[in-house]
Design a protein around this ligand. Structure first.
Ligand SMILES: Nc1ncnc2c1ncn2[C@@H]1O[C@H](COP(=O)(O)OP(=O)(O)OP(=O)(O)O)[C@@H](O)[C@H]1O
Ligand SMILES: [Mg+2]
Length: 467
């Protein structure tokens, strides 16, 4: 079958979609559906035909590509990679066999903006095309948004997150952010939004654990007046409020199972039905989710649906606890001090060496938020130019080294709180620091004191970023 362009004769102002599938029935079904939406279609049966059409029409001439996975001369994945590389402005959606979640995920990871299950459901197809075509109009927007919030820190871990955020912001794949409380998950979610094509649209954050179960459906999808007692007016839901933008599902592990089913449907079909409404409404939102819990483990015990897990967890972004990047403490501390001082209309105080040392030795179970709070307290209590160790009130219990003669931990909770590895690291860090202090920072003497070789000491210091 030769390369063909259907819907010819209609105005060339119409957006163009490239359909790549070896089954003519599917191409026909799609192009018929799209022609009713004033969209022109280019059809290709093979990868090489698709490549030819891409060359012919170029980046500006095609607004969306829909491709099948298995093609006579190769795999649709190859096309995704090629488009990513050469025509990165063209969004691609993969058509996959129903239930073949792994290839759908693979496609999303490779940069596809969405996928479509076979047999193709026409309303889902129409919604997908509508949101892809919007992208085209949003392309110019991204330059005009300000950069939004910034992740501070110079450690390798933070630098990696910054790079990943920049890359992921452009894609539309759902991102799941995992990390302990106070590590900066919401900040990362906001950055993803601010750097995306959606930056001029709303960012709506919702704490899934804070909505009463009986109100959940109406909170998420809205309701019609009179649909239940107390529904005195039409109300829009969170999905509608986030229209065109990003919906941030915080503490997503707290969603009850029945709501998980409804959420999955809404994400998959890009439509929601307000409580009491007859018709579904099209919604175009990017889903970013976060939790401090182990979502995979929740799937394992049946508390989180596997299908929803795969849908929202296409790309996982891990935010490390502060104790894993203590080298960022000084940068973060100075950043917060200058922010806080600015809010208070005063000049930023300096941290004394002893204050910095105290901060560096604290293990921060509450992570960056705890650091911010400690400094807020310090700056409020002290209006001089220097903040000293005494001004920083860390929780002593967590800060103190264990008693030298008590190798048995009687309070297992304090270990569980931070995890064994990092508990031991903290203990080790403190022992090394004390040994060095007691030997006037002579490493040979410190090693002797501890009954280890100089090499071992050097290795351990390096491992803990203490050298
Ligand atoms: N790397 C960072 N640079 C600057 N500020 C940060 C950084 N990490 C966290 N913060 C700040 O620390 C505070 C806590 O961050 P955030 O609310 O994003 O944490 P979270 O992981 O969502 O916490 P929780 O799980 O408790 O909701 C915020 O004020 C945030 O701006
Ligand atoms: Mg949060």
């Amino acid at each position: 079958m030769p390369i063909s362009s259907t819907n010819q004769g209609v105005s060339s102002q119409h957006p163009k979609v490239l359909i790549v599938d070896d089954e003519s029935d599917i191409r026909e079904l799609i192009s018929l559906t799209l022609s009713r939406m004033q969209v022109d279609c280019l059809e290709a049966e093979t990868l090489s035909e698709a490549n030819q059409l891409l060359e012919q029409h170029g980046e500006g001439g095609i607004q969306l590509c829909l491709t099948d996975m298995r093609l006579p001369d190769g795999n649709g994945m190859e096309l995704i990679y090629r488009i990513q590389k050469q025509y990165s402005q063209i969004p691609v959606a993969m058509i996959t066999a129903h239930g073949n979640m792994s290839s759908a995920i693979e496609a999303l990871k490779a940069g596809a903006f969405d996928f479509l299950n076979k047999p193709v459901e026409l309303q889902t197809l129409r919604n997908l095309v509508t949101s892809a075509l919007r992208l085209d109009q949003q392309k110019q927007v991204v330059e005009s948004c300000d950069t939004g919030p910034e992740l501070m820190g110079q450690s390798v871990a933070i630098e990696k997150i910054r790079q990943l955020v920049t890359r992921l912001a452009r894609s539309l794949a759902p991102v799941h952010i995992h990390g302990e409380s106070g590590t900066g998950k919401e900040l990362v979610a906001r950055m993803l939004h601010h750097r995306s094509h959606r930056c001029d649209k709303p960012f709506i954050a919702v704490n899934c654990g804070a909505i009463p179960a009986e109100l959940m459906e109406s909170e998420f999808f809205g309701h019609r007046k009179g649909s239940f007692t107390g529904a005195t007016q039409n109300k829009e839901g969170l999905f509608q409020a986030a229209e065109g933008g990003t919906l941030f599902l915080d503490e997503v592990a707290d969603l009850p199972l029945d709501m998980q089913v409804k959420l999955l449907r809404a994400i998959q079909e890009k439509s929601v039905r307000p409580v009491g409404a007859q018709k579904e409404e099209f919604v175009d939102v990017r889903i970013v989710s976060a939790t401090h819990e182990d979502l995979a483990a929740k799937v394992e015990v049946g508390e989180f649906r596997e299908d929803l897990y795969y849908r929202i967890n296409v790309i996982e972004l891990k935010v490390p606890p502060l104790r894993d990047h203590p080298e960022d403490i000084p940068v973060l501390a100075n950043y917060f001090l200058s922010q806080l001082a600015e809010e208070m209309g005063r000049s930023a105080p300096r941290l004394s060496d002893s204050a910095l040392k105290r901060l560096s030795h604290h293990c921060f179970p509450g992570n960056v938020r705890e650091l911010e709070n400690l400094l807020a307290r310090a700056i409020t209590l002290n209006d001089s130019d220097v903040i000293d160790a005494e001004d920083i009130q860390t929780d002593g219990r967590k800060n103190q080294a264990p008693q030298a003669n008590s190798f048995v931990v009687d309070n297992i909770e304090s270990v569980c709180e931070v995890g064994l590895e990092s508990y031991l690291e903290t203990v080790e860090r403190q022992i090394l620091e004390k040994a060095l202090e007691a030997s006037d920072y002579n490493k040979t003497a410190a090693a002797k004191k501890l009954g280890i070789s100089f090499r071992t000491l050097r290795y351990r210091l390096k491992k803990l970023n203490m050298d």
